[in-house]
Write a protein that binds this ligand. Structure first.
Ligand SMILES: [Zn+2]
Length: 356
């Protein structure tokens, strides 16, 4: 099966509420051999919010989200009929990979609001040395995702910001791909695109207040709306639109920034949202670029070269970024067919100009 082209669903059960972990025991009632896969901080947050202890085997991932670690964990959990992945994106991706190897169910309990890994059947897989390997597509979507808002409101802000930024790119990247297609869209692609539009609407409207409530550790409907957007609505984009809900120019710029070590401390999504400005500028969407820069300024996101903290001179760095992003192996061309490095350099300068 070519799962990257198969329309999928988001989790079988999406349970998002204050104290949602109280539902975990009932969720597991049909299973006989659950195993938990987790990390250190994530497991501590989980135990803090779990209403009653579960007597289950607990395995630690090795922080790589590699096939090698999935294999190791699958060997340790051979009799598992469900894997409970408790943690951030890499733990969820590892847990899904282990469940796929064991052909069993997976329940995700996200502990940061950084990605939609908890709610999708795909994973970003790395090599044991932490370099990126590929996107993996698994047979099953999660059996359930338990989204405990009391736990998540205590999670680090930098991941929440990263999750919002990465999700914001979904609509703009999908739309940039789809605008070049001829004829009517397939119904499922339209549905994925509609989900992307929902993410944009909610994030542009609610981000600032959701971040403020998160800072005060206040769980309310605004906070929940943005959390659910980053997890479940974002997941629906790729699940339904498949290859049209993919990465385009924004992620190409993110990837082009990777060789600059100063950016390694910056969250994935934050670099993607800077890349989104460059994509829109290259598409000559000047008004939309300005609109987003104003939004980024209010939300505290990165909108200028200086904020990336890269030491190399702007001229040579821009040339390197543009060469990489415009290359055949990158996805910028999906947003701007036939794009040349020169256009991307101009877009990088335009973003600087508009951000002043
Ligand atoms: Zn991303």
């Amino acid at each position: 099966m070519r799962f990257e082209q198969v329309v999928r669903s988001t989790p079988g059960q999406y349970i998002s509420e204050k104290g949602a972990l109280a539902a975990l025991k009932d969720t597991l009632v049909e299973f006989k051999h659950p195993y938990i896969i987790t990390g250190d901080k994530s497991y501590a947050a989980f135990l803090k919010h779990l209403p009653e202890p579960l007597d289950l085997p607990v395995l630690r991932y090795d922080r790589t989200a590699s096939y090698e670690d999935m294999e190791r964990l699958a060997n340790l959990a051979q009799d598992a009929d469900v894997i409970i992945a408790v943690g951030g994106g890499k733990v969820c991706d590892t847990g899904k990979g282990v469940a796929d190897k064991l052909n069993c169910a997976v329940v995700t309990v996200p502990t940061v609001i950084g990605t939609c890994a908890a709610t999708t059947p795909v994973a970003a897989v790395y090599y044991p040395d932490h370099s990126f390997r590929e996107v993996a597509y698994f047979k099953r979507t999660p059996y359930a995702s338990i989204v405990d808002l009391n736990l998540l409101v205590e999670s680090p802000e930098k991941y929440f910001v990263g999750g919002i930024c990465d999700t914001l790119a979904k609509w703009y990247e999908a739309e940039s791909i789809i605008r070049h297609l001829e004829g009517n869209l397939e119904a499922n692609v339209e549905m994925g695109l509609a989900a992307a539009e929902v993410t944009k609407k909610i994030l542009l409207r609610d981000t600032k207040s959701a971040l403020a409530f998160h800072a005060k550790q206040e769980v309310n409907d605004v906070f929940k709306r943005v959390v659910d957007t980053v997890y479940n609505v974002a997941a629906a984009v790729g699940c339904f639109a498949c290859e049209y809900g993919r990465m385009a120019g924004a992620h190409a710029i993110h990837n082009a920034l990777s060789p600059f070590k100063e950016t390694h401390e910056i969250e994935h999504g934050v670099k993607v949202s800077y890349g989104l400005l460059v994509q829109l500028a290259a598409m000559k969407e000047v008004e939309e670029t300005k609109h987003l820069i104003d939004f980024y300024k209010e939300a505290g996101f990165i909108y200028s070269w200086e904020q990336l903290g890269i030491e190399e001179a702007k001229e040579s760095a821009f040339a390197k970024i543009a060469d990489y992003a415009a290359s055949d192996k990158e996805s910028f061309k999906l947003a701007v067919p036939g794009v040349k490095a020169k256009q991307i350099v101009e877009a990088l300068y335009l973003v600087e100009e508009l951000g002043k």
